[in-house]
Design a protein around this ligand. Structure first.
Ligand SMILES: [Fe+2]
Length: 313
Protein backbone atom coordinates (compact mmCIF):
# COMPACT_ATOMS: atom_id res chain seq x y z
CA UNK A 1 0.00 0.00 0.00
CA UNK A 2 1.31 3.46 -0.91
CA UNK A 3 1.42 5.66 2.17
CA UNK A 4 2.89 8.73 3.83
CA UNK A 5 6.07 6.86 4.81
CA UNK A 6 8.12 4.10 3.17
CA UNK A 7 7.08 0.84 4.80
CA UNK A 8 10.30 -1.10 4.16
CA UNK A 9 12.61 1.54 5.65
CA UNK A 10 14.67 0.79 8.78
CA UNK A 11 13.59 3.68 10.98
CA UNK A 12 15.89 2.74 13.86
CA UNK A 13 18.98 4.14 12.14
CA UNK A 14 19.67 7.80 11.38
CA UNK A 15 19.07 8.34 7.65
CA UNK A 16 21.72 9.75 5.34
CA UNK A 17 20.82 13.07 3.85
CA UNK A 18 20.64 12.84 0.02
CA UNK A 19 23.15 15.29 -1.52
CA UNK A 20 20.53 17.27 -3.45
CA UNK A 21 18.23 17.89 -0.46
CA UNK A 22 18.35 21.40 0.91
CA UNK A 23 18.28 21.74 4.70
CA UNK A 24 19.06 24.71 6.92
CA UNK A 25 22.81 24.93 7.60
CA UNK A 26 23.10 24.27 11.34
CA UNK A 27 26.41 24.00 13.16
CA UNK A 28 26.37 21.13 15.64
CA UNK A 29 27.68 22.16 19.08
CA UNK A 30 30.76 20.15 20.08
CA UNK A 31 29.15 18.64 23.19
CA UNK A 32 26.41 16.72 21.37
CA UNK A 33 26.68 13.62 19.19
CA UNK A 34 25.00 12.80 15.87
CA UNK A 35 21.68 12.45 17.68
CA UNK A 36 21.97 16.06 18.93
CA UNK A 37 20.74 14.97 22.38
CA UNK A 38 22.18 16.90 25.33
CA UNK A 39 24.10 14.83 27.93
CA UNK A 40 21.68 16.09 30.62
CA UNK A 41 18.73 18.38 31.11
CA UNK A 42 19.54 21.92 32.28
CA UNK A 43 19.21 22.44 36.03
CA UNK A 44 16.97 25.49 36.20
CA UNK A 45 17.23 28.00 39.03
CA UNK A 46 14.31 29.50 40.98
CA UNK A 47 14.06 32.56 38.70
CA UNK A 48 13.82 30.32 35.62
CA UNK A 49 11.24 28.07 37.28
CA UNK A 50 9.23 31.22 38.04
CA UNK A 51 9.26 32.12 34.32
CA UNK A 52 7.77 28.70 33.53
CA UNK A 53 5.13 29.16 36.24
CA UNK A 54 4.16 32.61 35.00
CA UNK A 55 3.96 31.44 31.38
CA UNK A 56 1.81 28.51 32.53
CA UNK A 57 -0.54 30.79 34.44
CA UNK A 58 -0.87 33.18 31.53
CA UNK A 59 -1.85 30.35 29.17
CA UNK A 60 -4.35 28.87 31.60
CA UNK A 61 -6.17 32.22 31.64
CA UNK A 62 -6.93 31.93 27.93
CA UNK A 63 -6.93 28.22 27.03
CA UNK A 64 -10.11 26.84 28.66
CA UNK A 65 -12.76 26.78 25.91
CA UNK A 66 -10.13 27.51 23.23
CA UNK A 67 -7.72 24.56 23.54
CA UNK A 68 -8.69 21.14 22.17
CA UNK A 69 -10.18 18.81 24.78
CA UNK A 70 -7.37 16.33 24.04
CA UNK A 71 -4.80 18.98 24.98
CA UNK A 72 -6.49 19.79 28.31
CA UNK A 73 -6.82 16.05 29.05
CA UNK A 74 -3.08 15.55 28.33
CA UNK A 75 -2.16 18.47 30.53
CA UNK A 76 -4.08 16.90 33.42
CA UNK A 77 -2.54 13.45 32.94
CA UNK A 78 1.09 14.62 32.91
CA UNK A 79 3.34 16.23 35.54
CA UNK A 80 3.05 19.68 33.93
CA UNK A 81 1.96 22.64 35.95
CA UNK A 82 3.17 25.43 38.13
CA UNK A 83 6.01 23.45 39.62
CA UNK A 84 8.73 24.96 37.50
CA UNK A 85 10.26 23.47 34.35
CA UNK A 86 9.23 19.80 34.28
CA UNK A 87 11.80 17.07 34.75
CA UNK A 88 12.07 15.23 31.41
CA UNK A 89 12.70 11.84 33.02
CA UNK A 90 9.59 12.11 35.15
CA UNK A 91 7.59 13.37 32.17
CA UNK A 92 8.89 10.60 29.90
CA UNK A 93 7.96 7.94 32.42
CA UNK A 94 4.33 9.09 32.55
CA UNK A 95 4.12 9.65 28.82
CA UNK A 96 5.74 6.26 28.24
CA UNK A 97 2.91 4.56 30.17
CA UNK A 98 0.29 6.42 28.13
CA UNK A 99 1.59 6.27 24.53
CA UNK A 100 5.23 5.12 24.54
CA UNK A 101 6.66 8.58 23.84
CA UNK A 102 9.57 10.23 25.64
CA UNK A 103 10.98 13.77 25.77
CA UNK A 104 14.70 14.39 25.10
CA UNK A 105 16.66 17.64 25.58
CA UNK A 106 18.31 19.26 22.55
CA UNK A 107 20.37 22.49 22.49
CA UNK A 108 18.55 24.31 19.67
CA UNK A 109 16.68 23.71 16.43
CA UNK A 110 18.07 20.46 15.04
CA UNK A 111 18.49 19.30 11.42
CA UNK A 112 15.32 17.99 9.75
CA UNK A 113 16.56 14.45 9.24
CA UNK A 114 17.60 14.13 12.91
CA UNK A 115 14.26 15.56 14.01
CA UNK A 116 12.39 13.05 11.80
CA UNK A 117 14.46 10.21 13.18
CA UNK A 118 13.58 11.07 16.78
CA UNK A 119 9.86 11.37 15.99
CA UNK A 120 9.95 8.06 14.09
CA UNK A 121 11.22 6.48 17.32
CA UNK A 122 8.69 8.26 19.55
CA UNK A 123 11.18 10.71 21.04
CA UNK A 124 10.17 14.33 21.16
CA UNK A 125 13.18 16.71 21.06
CA UNK A 126 12.62 19.70 23.38
CA UNK A 127 14.70 22.86 23.84
CA UNK A 128 17.10 22.69 26.79
CA UNK A 129 16.67 26.37 27.74
CA UNK A 130 13.92 28.76 28.79
CA UNK A 131 13.23 32.28 27.49
CA UNK A 132 14.14 35.31 29.62
CA UNK A 133 11.83 37.96 31.09
CA UNK A 134 12.99 40.25 28.25
CA UNK A 135 11.79 37.76 25.63
CA UNK A 136 8.72 36.63 27.60
CA UNK A 137 6.25 37.45 24.79
CA UNK A 138 8.11 36.47 21.69
CA UNK A 139 11.00 34.11 21.02
CA UNK A 140 12.80 33.27 17.79
CA UNK A 141 13.80 29.71 18.68
CA UNK A 142 11.44 27.30 20.42
CA UNK A 143 12.30 27.03 24.13
CA UNK A 144 11.29 24.43 26.70
CA UNK A 145 7.96 26.15 27.35
CA UNK A 146 6.91 26.07 23.70
CA UNK A 147 8.18 22.53 23.21
CA UNK A 148 6.92 20.94 26.42
CA UNK A 149 3.80 22.91 27.31
CA UNK A 150 2.79 23.34 23.66
CA UNK A 151 3.57 19.92 22.18
CA UNK A 152 3.80 17.28 24.89
CA UNK A 153 0.18 17.22 26.21
CA UNK A 154 -1.04 16.25 22.72
CA UNK A 155 1.37 13.27 22.71
CA UNK A 156 -0.78 11.74 25.47
CA UNK A 157 -3.56 11.26 22.88
CA UNK A 158 -3.08 7.82 21.25
CA UNK A 159 -4.19 8.76 17.71
CA UNK A 160 -2.23 12.00 17.70
CA UNK A 161 0.80 10.15 19.10
CA UNK A 162 0.62 7.75 16.14
CA UNK A 163 0.29 10.65 13.69
CA UNK A 164 3.45 12.26 15.06
CA UNK A 165 5.43 9.05 14.72
CA UNK A 166 4.19 8.57 11.14
CA UNK A 167 5.11 12.17 10.38
CA UNK A 168 8.67 11.43 11.46
CA UNK A 169 8.73 8.26 9.37
CA UNK A 170 7.48 10.30 6.40
CA UNK A 171 10.66 12.39 6.40
CA UNK A 172 12.71 9.78 4.50
CA UNK A 173 10.28 9.73 1.58
CA UNK A 174 10.03 13.52 1.46
CA UNK A 175 13.84 13.74 1.35
CA UNK A 176 13.98 11.20 -1.48
CA UNK A 177 11.58 13.37 -3.52
CA UNK A 178 13.25 16.61 -2.33
CA UNK A 179 9.91 17.86 -1.00
CA UNK A 180 10.83 18.66 2.61
CA UNK A 181 9.34 22.13 2.26
CA UNK A 182 5.95 20.67 1.42
CA UNK A 183 6.11 18.19 4.31
CA UNK A 184 7.16 21.11 6.51
CA UNK A 185 4.00 23.00 5.51
CA UNK A 186 1.93 20.02 6.63
CA UNK A 187 3.67 20.13 10.04
CA UNK A 188 3.19 23.86 10.25
CA UNK A 189 -0.55 23.79 9.52
CA UNK A 190 -1.27 20.78 11.75
CA UNK A 191 1.24 20.23 14.58
CA UNK A 192 2.06 23.92 15.06
CA UNK A 193 -1.09 25.80 14.01
CA UNK A 194 -3.85 23.21 13.68
CA UNK A 195 -7.47 23.74 14.73
CA UNK A 196 -10.11 21.08 15.42
CA UNK A 197 -13.88 21.29 15.18
CA UNK A 198 -15.39 20.04 18.44
CA UNK A 199 -18.99 21.17 17.80
CA UNK A 200 -20.96 22.90 15.00
CA UNK A 201 -19.36 26.27 15.76
CA UNK A 202 -16.81 25.23 18.37
CA UNK A 203 -13.33 25.58 16.89
CA UNK A 204 -10.45 24.72 19.23
CA UNK A 205 -6.67 24.78 18.90
CA UNK A 206 -4.41 21.73 19.05
CA UNK A 207 -1.31 23.29 17.43
CA UNK A 208 1.60 24.01 19.77
CA UNK A 209 2.41 27.36 18.16
CA UNK A 210 -1.06 28.52 19.12
CA UNK A 211 -1.24 26.88 22.54
CA UNK A 212 2.07 28.24 23.83
CA UNK A 213 1.16 31.93 23.32
CA UNK A 214 -1.78 34.00 24.61
CA UNK A 215 -2.59 36.14 21.54
CA UNK A 216 -2.84 33.47 18.89
CA UNK A 217 -5.04 31.26 21.10
CA UNK A 218 -7.73 33.97 20.85
CA UNK A 219 -6.88 35.18 17.32
CA UNK A 220 -6.94 31.73 15.70
CA UNK A 221 -10.22 30.61 17.22
CA UNK A 222 -12.25 33.84 17.46
CA UNK A 223 -10.89 36.75 15.40
CA UNK A 224 -12.61 37.82 12.15
CA UNK A 225 -9.27 38.42 10.43
CA UNK A 226 -7.91 34.93 9.56
CA UNK A 227 -9.39 32.29 7.23
CA UNK A 228 -10.48 29.03 8.81
CA UNK A 229 -10.58 26.30 6.16
CA UNK A 230 -11.13 22.54 6.47
CA UNK A 231 -7.84 20.63 6.07
CA UNK A 232 -7.03 19.37 2.58
CA UNK A 233 -3.57 17.84 2.49
CA UNK A 234 -2.77 18.53 -1.19
CA UNK A 235 -3.75 22.15 -0.75
CA UNK A 236 -1.89 22.63 2.54
CA UNK A 237 1.34 21.22 1.14
CA UNK A 238 1.23 23.87 -1.62
CA UNK A 239 0.61 26.75 0.80
CA UNK A 240 3.20 29.24 2.02
CA UNK A 241 3.28 30.17 5.71
CA UNK A 242 4.49 32.97 7.99
CA UNK A 243 7.14 32.24 10.59
CA UNK A 244 7.24 35.48 12.56
CA UNK A 245 3.64 36.64 12.76
CA UNK A 246 0.11 35.38 13.33
CA UNK A 247 -1.18 33.12 10.54
CA UNK A 248 -3.54 34.59 7.92
CA UNK A 249 -5.05 31.11 7.46
CA UNK A 250 -5.69 28.15 9.78
CA UNK A 251 -6.71 24.66 8.68
CA UNK A 252 -9.31 22.74 10.64
CA UNK A 253 -9.68 18.98 11.15
CA UNK A 254 -12.82 17.09 12.17
CA UNK A 255 -10.98 14.71 14.49
CA UNK A 256 -7.52 13.21 15.00
CA UNK A 257 -8.74 10.08 13.21
CA UNK A 258 -9.59 12.36 10.26
CA UNK A 259 -6.07 13.81 10.34
CA UNK A 260 -4.55 10.33 10.49
CA UNK A 261 -6.63 9.02 7.54
CA UNK A 262 -5.94 12.09 5.41
CA UNK A 263 -2.20 11.78 5.84
CA UNK A 264 -0.92 8.38 6.91
CA UNK A 265 -3.24 6.37 4.69
CA UNK A 266 -2.77 8.12 1.38
CA UNK A 267 -0.39 7.87 -1.55
CA UNK A 268 2.36 10.40 -0.93
CA UNK A 269 4.51 9.10 -3.81
CA UNK A 270 1.84 10.30 -6.19
CA UNK A 271 1.40 13.53 -4.28
CA UNK A 272 5.14 14.31 -4.33
CA UNK A 273 5.40 13.50 -8.04
CA UNK A 274 2.69 16.08 -8.76
CA UNK A 275 3.90 18.75 -6.34
CA UNK A 276 5.87 21.70 -7.70
CA UNK A 277 9.17 22.39 -5.91
CA UNK A 278 7.91 25.75 -4.57
CA UNK A 279 4.69 26.88 -2.88
CA UNK A 280 1.77 27.72 -5.18
CA UNK A 281 -0.67 29.51 -2.87
CA UNK A 282 -0.18 32.66 -0.84
CA UNK A 283 -0.83 32.20 2.87
CA UNK A 284 -3.90 34.49 2.89
CA UNK A 285 -5.54 33.05 -0.25
CA UNK A 286 -8.89 31.29 -0.39
CA UNK A 287 -9.09 29.02 -3.45
CA UNK A 288 -11.97 27.36 -5.29
CA UNK A 289 -11.46 23.88 -3.79
CA UNK A 290 -11.62 25.18 -0.20
CA UNK A 291 -14.28 24.09 2.26
CA UNK A 292 -14.41 27.42 4.08
CA UNK A 293 -15.57 27.62 7.68
CA UNK A 294 -14.81 31.32 8.00
CA UNK A 295 -13.59 33.62 5.28
CA UNK A 296 -11.24 36.06 7.01
CA UNK A 297 -11.36 39.81 6.57
CA UNK A 298 -7.51 39.80 6.75
CA UNK A 299 -7.77 43.17 8.49
CA UNK A 300 -4.79 42.41 10.73
CA UNK A 301 -2.62 41.56 7.73
CA UNK A 302 -3.90 44.55 5.72
CA UNK A 303 -3.07 46.92 8.56
CA UNK A 304 0.52 45.68 8.40
CA UNK A 305 0.64 42.85 10.96
CA UNK A 306 3.34 42.65 13.61
CA UNK A 307 5.63 45.64 13.63
CA UNK A 308 2.87 48.00 12.44
CA UNK A 309 1.29 48.03 15.88
CA UNK A 310 -1.95 46.60 14.45
CA UNK A 311 -4.10 44.98 17.13
CA UNK A 312 -4.69 41.28 16.32
CA UNK A 313 -8.10 41.14 17.99
FE1 LIG B 1 6.93 23.62 17.86
Amino acid sequence: MATLADQNQDFSVLPDLPADVFTAPLRKPAHVGDDWIEPAQTQYDAAEDAIWNDLYERQMDVLPGRAASAFIAGLQKLPLGQRGVPDFNELSEELGHLTGWSVVPVPMLIPDHVFFWHLANRRFPAGNFIRTRETFDYIQEPDVFHDVFGHVPMLADPVYADYMQEYGRAGWKAMRYNRLKALGALYWYTVEFGLILEGPSDVRAYGAGILSGPTEAVFSTEAKSPNRIMLNVDRVMRTDYVISDLQPTYFVIESFEDLYHQTVERDFDRLYRNLPPAFTYANAAVIDVDDVLHRGTQEYLLRGGRGSGAKPI
